[in-house]
Design a protein around this ligand. Structure first.
Ligand SMILES: [Zn+2]
Length: 123
């Protein structure tokens, strides 16, 4: 007679940024050209928003003419690897650096001044 059926199933998070479709970019391994789905390819009449997978099989790298097979998936543009970490790192450094600089500058100035004075006091 246990009523475990009351347990709610794990809530489905359906509303998670569905509207943002990150299309994978592809890099030409021959020349480094990056096909960006957001831009498409003007030269070949590829409209913006065309995923790499939907490019015609006849599509070639606009720079060096390599076939689609020569391209490697390098992931969506919005996910630059380590960007957030770099940002935090930069902020941390920026917060510290002025203080440390001041300490260094005034510290070395003070020490230099003291040395200067001590030199004079020796005479
Ligand atoms: Zn190429």
């Amino acid at each position: 007679m246990s009523e475990q059926g009351n347990e709610q199933p794990v809530e489905m998070t359906v509303e998670t940024t569905v509207e943002i479709v990150e299309l994978d970019r592809h890099e030409c391994r021959a020349c480094g050209y990056v096909y960006e789905p957001d831009r498409g390819d003007d030269k070949r009449d590829i409209s913006a928003g065309t995923p790499f997978e939907e490019l015609p099989i006849t599509w070639r790298c606009p720079v060096c003419g390599a076939k689609k097979a020569a391209f490697a998936n390098i992931g969506p543009a919005g996910l630059a690897s380590g960007f957030k970490e770099n940002l935090g790192f930069g902020l941390g450094v920026n917060n510290l650096t002025p203080t440390q600089k001041n300490i260094l500058i005034f510290g070395s100035l003070g020490i230099g001044f003291l040395l200067f004075l001590s030199l004079y006091s020796l005479k």
